[in-house]
Design a protein around this ligand. Structure first.
Ligand code: BES
Ligand code: ZN
Ligand code: ZN
Length: 491
C-alpha cells in the first residue's frame, strides 16, 4: 500500500472511493451534477436495498467504490469506519485498482485515523511459511485532504509508526515456536534497539537470572533446551523535552515462546495456539519501539519475560518450591500456571528500576477466554486513575477492556501449607491469577494487569484480522504513553 496525501485530486487515480458516514464526509465538490444524482440513487439503494454496504460502480465514467460506513452494527462508529476501510482495501486489491482517490477533506482526525487503520490492516499478510508467497496487490491511495493537508500528513506519519509496531508484534506472535525461542526473541529485540534511536537494551541470560535470584524464569525455563531470558528495554523521552512527565511507565510482558503446560501437559487441541503465549512480550517490545520512534516525552521501559515451558528431565516438578525475587516462596502446584511465575520476576524488576506505573500484559488464563471471549480483554488495577486511563485509551483505538475485581475473598486460596504462596487458587481463574501477580507488585506503585488470553490471537477470521495474531494492546499502550506524557487539562 502506498499513501499520497494531497490538497486537490490529481485526476490521475483510476478509481474513486466515497465514504458515507451519515453524510458527514462530503465529496460533492468533485462530482458533476449528473454524477451527484447517480450517487444519490446509489445511496438510496444502499439504505433500502438492493445495494450492499460496499459497491463498485461507474459514476461519471469513473470506477467508484461506495463505502457505507454509517450503519450501526453494535460496534463503535470509529470501528465501523475501520471495518469499512478494511473492506474497501480488500476489494480494491481484488479488483486490482492501482490507484484510488479517497475524499476526506471533511473527516475529523479520529475518522481519518480509523480509515488509515483499516487500510493498514488489509495490507497485513503473514505468508512466511507458504511455499508460494502471496504478494498483496499494491494499491496507491490518494487522500484528498483539502486544507487539512498538514494535519493529515502528521497523522499519517504517526499511524505508520504505530502500525509498523503492530505488524512487528503480529509477525513475532505468528512465528512458530521452534523458530522463535527465547534467544531468538532476544535477537529481534537487539535489532530493534540497534535501529531505534534512544532505545537501550539489557539482556539477562540463565546464568545471570540465577545469580540475581530471578527464580521464576529459572523455574519455568529450566525444563527446556532453550534457555530463558529477561530483556529490559528502556527509553527516556524526558531529556531535552519542554513539558515532561515525571512518571516512569514500565510495561511487563509474558513471553512464553511456547507453553506445553510442562509436566501438567496441555491437551493437544489447545496446544498449537500456544505459539502466541509470548504475545505480552511482543506487545511490550512493539509498543516501546513506537513510543521511542514517536519521541513521546516520557520515561518508558519494557520488560520481556522470556521462557519456554517444556517437558524435559530438568522440568520443574509439581510440588517444587522456589524463592521469588521479592523474597516470597512459591509452591508450583500446576506447571501450566507458568506465566505468573515469570511475571513475578518482571514485576519485581519493574520496582527495582523505579517504576511509578506498571502495566503488565499476559495471555494468562483460559478462564479469561471463557469469561470475555475474543473481543474483550480482562483488566485489573490497584489504581483508579491508571485504570480509567487504560480503559479510555483502549476505547480511543477500539481495543476493549472490561474491568475485573481483585476480589480479596479469593486471596486465601493462594496460600500454601509449606510455602508462602502456591500458583493456583480458586475456580475464578483469571481473578486468582491477578491476585497472585499482585503479591509481586512493588509497594506504592500504580499497577494494571491485562489478561489478553482471548484477544491476542484469533483462532478464526474475525473483524479485520485473519487467523492469527491481532496485535491487541500495542495501540492502547502507545496511547497510554501519549496520554501520560501530555495529560489532558482536566487531569
Ligand atoms: N497460556 C495459558 C493461558 C491461555 C489459555 C492463553 C488459552 C491463551 C489461550 C496459561 O499458561 C495457562 O495454561 N493457564 C492455566 C492456569 C491454570 C492451570 C491455573 C489455565 O488457564 O488453564
Ligand atoms: Zn500454561
Ligand atoms: Zn501460558
Amino acid at each position: 500500500m502506498k499513501l499520497n496525501i494531497v490538497t486537490k485530486e490529481s485526476g490521475k487515480a483510476g478509481a474513486y472511493a466515497l465514504f458515507f458516514v451519515k453524510k458527514s464526509i462530503q465529496f460533492s465538490t468533485i462530482l458533476s451534477e449528473n454524477a451527484e444524482k447517480q450517487v444519490e440513487s446509489v445511496l438510496n439503494g444502499m439504505e433500502n436495498g438492493p445495494f450492499e454496504d460496499l459497491e463498485f460502480l461507474e459514476i461519471d465514467g469513473k470506477p467508484t467504490f461506495f463505502v457505507d460506513a454509517a450503519k450501526e452494527r453494535g460496534i463503535s462508529a470509529l470501528d465501523h469506519l475501520r471495518m469499512a476501510a478494511y473492506r474497501l482495501a480488500q476489494k480494491a486489491m481484488k479488483k486490482q485498482a492501482a490507484s484510488v482517490s479517497i475524499f476526506l477533506a471533511d473527516a475529523a482526525d479520529e475518522q481519518f485515523k480509523a480509515i488509515l487503520h483499516g487500510l493498514h490492516y488489509a495490507d497485513y499478510n503473514f505468508d512466511a511459511y507458504k511455499s508460494k508467497q502471496k504478494q498483496n496487490f499494491q494499491v496507491t491511495y490518494e487522500i484528498v485532504a483539502g486544507d487539512r493537508i498538514s494535519d493529515f500528513k502528521k497523522i499519517a506519519e504517526d499511524v505508520a509508526i504505530e502500525q509498523k509496531a503492530v505488524t512487528l508484534a503480529k509477525n513475532l506472535i505468528n512465528t512458530c515456536a521452534s523458530d522463535l525461542y527465547p534467544a531468538e526473541f532476544v535477537e529481534n529485540a537487539k535489532t530493534i534497539a540497534k535501529y531505534t534511536p534512544g532505545l537501550n537494551i539489557k539482556v539477562r541470560d540463565m546464568k545471570q537470572l540465577q545469580k540475581e535470584g530471578f527464580m521464576g524464569h529459572v523455574t519455568v525455563g529450566k525444563g527446556s533446551s532453550h534457555e530463558p531470558y529477561m530483556v529490559t528495554l528502556s527509553y527516556d523521552g524526558t531529556k531535552g523535552a519542554k513539558r515532561t512527565s515525571k512518571d516512569h511507565l514500565v510495561i511487563v510482558g509474558k513471553g512464553l515462546t511456547f507453553d506445553t503446560g510442562g509436566l501438567c501437559l496441555k491437551p493437544p487441541k489447545s496446544m498449537p495456539e500456544m505459539i502466541s503465549d509470548m504475545s505480552g512480550a511482543a506487545t511490550a517490545l512493539a509498543a516501546i519501539q513506537a513510543i521511542a520512534t514517536l519521541k513521546l516525552p516520557i520515561r518508558v521501559s519494557a520488560i520481556c519475560c522470556l521462557a519456554e515451558n517444556a517437558i524435559g528431565n530438568k522440568s520443574v516438578l509439581p510440588g517444587d518450591i522456589f524463592k521469588a525475587k521479592n523474597g516470597k516462596t512459591v509452591m508450583v502446584d500446576n506447571t501450566d500456571a507458568e506465566g505468573r511465575l515469570v511475571l513475578s520476576d518482571g514485576l519485581a524488576e519493574a520496582g527495582l528500576i523505579g517504576a511509578t506505573h506498571i502495566v503488565d500484559l499476559a495471555t494468562l488464563t483460559g478462564a479469561m477466554v471463557r469469561a470475555l471471549g475474543y473481543a474483550v480483554a480482562g483488566f485489573f488495577s490497584n489504581d483508579d486513575d491508571l485504570g480509567l486511563k487504560v480503559i479510555n485509551c483502549g476505547e480511543a483505538c477500539c481495543e476493549k477492556f472490561w474491568s475485573m475485581p481483585l476480589e480479596e475473598e479469593y486471596a486465601d486460596a493462594l496460600k500454601d501449607k509449606f510455602a508462602d504462596l502456591k500458583n493456583t487458587g480458586t475456580d475464578a481463574g483469571a481473578i486468582s491469577a491477578a491476585l497472585f501477580l499482585q503479591e509481586f507488585v512493588p509497594e506504592d506503585t500504580a499497577w494494571a494487569h491485562m489478561d489478553i488470553a482471548g484477544t491476542a490471537f484469533a483462532t478464526k477470521k474475525w473483524k479485520y484480522t485473519e487467523y492469527g495474531a491481532t496485535g491487541f494492546g500495542v495501540q492502547t499502550l502507545i496511547e497510554l504513553a501519549r496520554e501520560m506524557s501530555a495529560p489532558s487539562e482536566e487531569a
